[in-house]
Design a protein around this ligand. Sequence first.
Ligand SMILES: [Zn+2]
Length: 243
Amino acid sequence: MRGLMASVYGSALGVLLPRGCAGCDRPDDVLCDDCCILFGRTLARPVPGTTTGLCYGCGEYEGAVRRAILSWKDHGDEECDGRFAGLFADLACRGDVARPGERVALVPAPSSAASMRTRGRWHMRDLAARTARLLSARGIDATCLPVLRSARLSSKSVETTSAAQRAERIRNSIVVVDAMACRRRELIIIDDIMTTGSTLRRCVAELNDAGGTVRAALTLGHVPERAASRLDGNAENLLAARE
Ligand SMILES: [Zn+2]
């Protein structure tokens, strides 16, 4: 409801006041050119269990990138959907994760029921569906396959929870609801932020167990490793991140 109200309020306000860039507040733009450049990188971190072994990121999760993602995700700035879908489509092509003529399914990372209530939607599903349409327009047979669910994941922010606690909470909370739909499919996981990678690793494991082949993961922002490592008490993650 709060998400819905934020959206309604945001739309009503937009009629009265010109909006500013989600990243830097520059007037009259959803995401200005300077901020788009910050999202135009091809960051890569290891994610075991995928055929490329990688999670690609559009930018470092700091400064304007962080502000834009938080504005979109937690403050109902749904106008960013179009820009972010375009960034994901560009990243998929730059990373050579999908080529014209290929058939792939984009699997959005799950949200908890609590955070979906707060936001009024499953933000990653909407973004994956939009990204799939953009990839289809580029000749890639892409669809959105929203098969992952999170039952008990707390909506606490990543900054306030230790990685060890977070990993433990996630351990048994991500499930595939339609294994048949995953079998022998080429899959790409779509998520907003990669912190230590524990959520992504769990998603990959569940999709592999369901018979899918996960090519890679894509995120809008990678939390810089120095910040992620502070959150992470697990030496294994540190080693994996440096490989
Ligand atoms: Zn900007």
